[in-house]
Design a protein around this ligand. Structure first.
Ligand code: CIZ
Length: 322
């Protein structure tokens, strides 16, 4: 087994910014832009972003920014969410092809048909879905607030949960609530094998194994903590261990190291690789971020009707997770 161990972060001496990072910061001023970056993008972008976080934190930042332009380093549904919350602003994404398997596995036409079979059910959708699917939903959630949101729904109300079957089954386990689950999955997190993770635990005795709820149940069952990326920070900060095995997209470790510099993080292996990668998040390179700021392209464009329909369930999520 070949794995990557990220030793404690060395905060001093700090290496200087690269030329492209400096150019991005200059162009950001010229464009009156804010750079929002997801926890899963590369370290070079995380280092210079105005805010690095999960979809919930990023949505809150997108809603409150006064900048004219939002440069979103992440995948398309995240940048779309920023646009839905700020239709008057310019929202750019470094690579328009950066999508998400969960989004692709939930076709709005199919969801509409399914809703017709269960007309009284409430639709809660994971934020990893298209703007059209958001528009067909009653409430959006993230992995960080999903438990909280589901617990607020009256127990006699049927829930359709889409698109992630694994996040859905984790919510069922934690809340004791049965839901109608869509059958989507994250093509990255489903690459983990429970056996490989158990082998890592044996190789690093005493290091808690932390995974994301997008992992399948047999994988989650061998973990010490299952939580959203944001909660991984508080778990690793508060837990007395000085070493953790992290089973989510490996770029998450950059943020963990920066914010918890005294500890060591081990990237969990997946399908014969030394770490888990998300091919869509990897499309966010510093060069493409610079180009999208320079050209104000590619931009997120959504029609007014899609924005209006998708906005209400996102706002509902923000209200329910204050
Ligand atoms: O909510 C998000 O941003 C995702 C995709 C994962 C997480 O747990 O932060």
């Amino acid at each position: 087994m070949q794995t990557i161990v990220f030793p404690p972060y060395n905060t001093s001496p700090k290496r200087g910014l690269s030329d492209v990072q400096k150019k991005i910061l200059k162009m950001k001023q010229e464009r009156d832009a804010v750079i929002l970056a997801h926890n899963y993008v590369c370290e070079e972008i995380q280092e210079i972003a105005d805010f690095v976080g999960d979809s919930l934190g990023l949505s809150r930042q997108a809603k409150s920014t006064s900048a004219k332009t939002i440069a979103f380093a992440g995948v398309d549904f995240m940048a779309e969410t920023a646009k839905i919350l700020n239709p008057e602003k310019t929202v750019v994404l470094p690579d328009r092809a950066a999508g998400c398997s969960l989004e692709q596995l939930c076709d709005p036409v199919e969801l509409e048909k399914f809703k017709r079979l269960h007309p009284d059910a409430l639709v809660i959708s994971y934020i990893n879905c298209s703007a059209k699917v958001k528009g067909l939903s009653d409430i959006i959630c993230t992995s960080g607030n999903a438990l909280d949101i589901v617990r607020q729904i009256p127990s006699n109300r049927q829930i359709i949960f889409c698109p992630d079957q694994h996040l859905g089954s984790w919510i069922e386990e934690k809340t004791g609530r049965k839901m109608l689950l869509w059958n989507g999955y994250c093509e990255a997190h489903t690459l983990y094998k429970a056996e490989e993770l158990l082998e890592l635990k044996r190789a690093f005795p005493g290091a808690p194994l932390v995974s994301h709820p997008e992992c399948p149940k047999d994988v989650r069952d061998v973990c010490d903590c299952v939580c959203s990326t944001e909660k991984m920070l508080s778990f690793c900060r508060e837990n007395p261990s000085d070493k953790f095995i992290i089973a989510t997209v490996a770029e998450m470790i950059h943020r963990l190291r920066r914010e918890i510099p005294g500890k060591t993080f081990i990237a969990a292996t997946s399908a014969g690789e030394s770490k888990l990668q998300c091919k869509n998040m990897l499309m966010n390179t510093p060069e493409k971020l610079l180009a999208c700021l320079e050209n104000l392209s590619p931009q997120i464009e959504l029609d007014a009707d899609t924005i209006e329909k998708a906005r209400a369930p996102i706002e509902r999520m923000l209200e329910m997770s204050k």
